[in-house]
Design a binder for this molecule. Structure first.
Ligand code: ZN
Length: 50
């Protein structure tokens, strides 16, 4: 079973992306640089609840 998680921009707190992750295999929080349409640039996104 994979859980749907949102990727939230750390600057504007907008949830721009959704992804899935396996909680049994991945215990640490995801974080990645993604393009944020609101900030109009690549910002660090952290995992958040959908
Ligand atoms: Zn943003």
């Amino acid at each position: 079973m994979r859980d749907l998680v949102a990727l939230q921009c750390e600057d504007c707190k907008r949830k721009n992306y959704t992804t899935t992750r396996n909680k049994k295999k991945t215990t640490e929080k995801l974080g990645m640089k993604k393009f944020c349409p609101s900030c109009r640039g690549h910002k660090h996104h952290k995992e958040s609840k959908v």
